[in-house]
Design a binder for this molecule. Structure first.
Ligand SMILES: Nc1nc2c(ncn2[C@@H]2O[C@H](COP(=O)(O)OP(=O)(O)OP(=O)(O)O)[C@@H](O)[C@H]2O)c(=O)[nH]1
Ligand SMILES: [Mg+2]
Length: 366
C-alpha cells in the first residue's frame, strides 16, 4: 500500500493534489494544519497536510473480484426475492379461487405440463399448487426442465398424500367386514370380487352375509356368486339376525357383509344401518363410493356415512371417469384411508389393493 503526503494552501488544494496524483480511488488517512518553513516551526507558512493512500494493483484486483462477486450475489438475492413474492401472490390468488375453477396455472419448466394434466384429472387447484411448490422447493432450477425428475418428484408428493389400509386377506385374526354405501356404487360386485380372490388363494375360509333384502334380486345376485365360488351365504332380514348368522359362520376366517344401498339423505336409513352393524359384532366397515360421482355428492356421502365407524374407503368405477384426482381431493378433505380400487364389471379381475405409487402414476399419466 502506498502512503503519500500532500500539502496545499487550502484543504481543497491539498485534496485536489491527492486526486490528481492517486486518482479518485484514493483513501484519505489523515488531515491536519501545519506551519511549513520558518525557524523551529515558528513564523512558517500556514499549510494543510493530507496523508493519502491508494491500494496497489494486486489488492485492487482482489477488491474488483470481490465487488463483482458481491454484485452477482446481490442480483441472485434480488431474483430470489422477486420469485418468492411472485409465488406468494400466486398462492394467494389460487387459494382465493373456488376449487373447481381453472385459473391460468403458471409453473416453471416441465411442472407446467403436469399441473395441466392434474387439472384435467380433477385434482383441486390448491393441491396442485402445493404439490408444485414442494417440487420447486426441492429441485434446482435446471432440474425443473427435466421431465423425469419433475415426474418422480410429483409422484413422491402425491404418494405422501395417499393413505392406505392393509388388504383384507392379510389379517391374522378372524374378521367381520361390512360394506356400505349409496345405491348402485358396486358394493355387491366388490364383495363378489374380494370373496372370489380370497377363495381362489385358498388360505382363508370365507363366508358371506347379505342384509340386502330390500330389492328382490339383490339376494339372488350374491347367491349366484356364492354358488360359483362355493362359499356359504347367510341372509338376514333385520339387525337381530346378524349375531345368529355370524354364529353359523364361526368356522370362517373372513366374513363379508353386504348391505342395501342407502341414500345419505335418508336419516332413518342411516340409523337402521348403525343398528345393523354394531361394533361388538362387526370389526370393520368399508364405505364404497363410485369415482364417477360428482365431488359435492361424494363429500355428502362421506359426511353422512361417517356417522358409522368407517375403517376405509373403496373407490369403484375408476374405468368410468377421467377425473381420477377425486381420490386426492377426498383424502385431502377427510381423515380416511383407502383399501381398494375397482375398475370394471369383471369378477374377480377388476379390483386392486390401493397402491400409492399406482394412484400417483394414474393421476400424472392421465
Ligand atoms: N364400470 C364399472 N362398473 C361396475 C364396477 N363395479 C360395479 N359395477 C357395476 O355397477 C352396477 C351396480 O353394481 P352392484 O354391485 O349391484 O352395486 P351395489 O352398490 O351393490 O348396488 P345396490 O345394492 O343396488 O345399492 C353393476 O352393473 C356392476 O356390474 C366398476 O368398477 N366399474
Ligand atoms: Mg348390492
Amino acid at each position: 500500500m502506498k502512503v503519500k503526503r500532500y500539502l496545499g494552501e487550502t484543504m481543497q488544494d491539498a485534496v485536489f493534489k491527492v486526486k490528481a496524483d492517486l486518482g479518485s480511488d484514493a483513501i484519505i488517512l489523515h488531515t491536519r494544519k501545519i506551519r511549513e518553513g520558518g525557524i523551529f516551526g515558528l513564523f512558517g507558512k500556514k499549510m494543510f497536510e493530507v496523508i493519502a493512500t491508494v491500494e496497489d494493483d494486486r489488492e485492487s484486483q482482489v477488491t474488483k473480484e470481490l465487488r463483482q462477486e458481491l454484485n452477482i450475489l446481490r442480483e441472485k438475492i434480488q431474483k430470489m426475492d422477486r420469485e418468492r413474492n411472485l409465488n406468494l401472490v400466486k398462492k394467494e390468488y389460487y387459494n382465493s379461487r373456488f376449487s373447481y375453477q381453472m385459473p391460468q396455472l403458471i409453473f416453471p419448466g416441465k411442472l407446467q405440463r403436469y399441473a395441466e394434466k392434474m387439472v384435467k384429472e380433477g385434482v383441486m387447484i390448491e393441491i396442485i399448487n402445493d404439490l408444485c411448490q414442494e417440487v420447486m422447493e426441492h429441485l434446482e432450477v435446471h432440474q425443473l426442465h427435466r421431465d423425469e425428475e419433475v415426474y418422480q418428484a410429483l409422484v413422491k408428493g402425491i404418494m405422501s398424500r395417499i393413505r392406505i389400509t392393509a388388504p383384507i386377506d392379510t389379517y391374522q385374526s378372524r374378521k367381520v367386514i361390512a360394506f356400505v354405501g349409496p345405491t348402485g356404487v358396486g358394493k355387491t360386485t366388490t364383495i363378489a370380487k374380494l370373496a372370489a380372490k380370497v377363495a381362489l388363494e385358498g388360505k382363508k375360509k370365507i363366508g358371506l352375509v347379505t342384509a340386502d333384502t330390500y330389492r328382490i334380486a339383490a339376494v339372488e345376485q350374491l347367491k349366484t356368486y356364492s354358488d360359483i365360488i362355493n362359499v356359504p351365504l347367510k341372509v338376514i332380514y333385520n339387525e337381530d339376525e346378524l349375531e345368529q348368522a355370524l354364529r353359523e359362520l364361526r368356522f370362517c376366517d373372513l366374513i363379508l357383509i353386504d348391505t342395501a344401498g342407502r341414500s345419505q339423505k335418508n336419516v332413518s336409513q342411516m340409523e337402521q344401518l348403525k343398528r345393523l352393524l354394531p361394533k361388538e359384532l362387526v370389526d370393520e366397515i368399508h364405505l364404497v363410493v363410485a369415482m364417477n360421482t360428482c365431488f359435492d355428492d361424494l363429500m355428502e356421502s362421506l359426511d353422512k356415512f361417517g356417522q358409522l365407524y368407517l375403517s376405509s374407503l373403496i373407490f369403484t368405477k375408476e374405468d368410468e371417469t377421467n377425473k381420477r384426482g377425486v381420490i386426492l381431493n377426498v383424502l385431502e378433505k377427510t381423515p380416511y384411508k383407502i383399501s381398494y380400487i375397482t375398475f370394471g364389471q369383471d369378477v374377480p379381475e377388476d379390483i386392486e389393493e390401493a397402491d400409492p405409487r399406482k394412484i400417483a402414476e394414474m393421476i400424472l399419466k392421465g
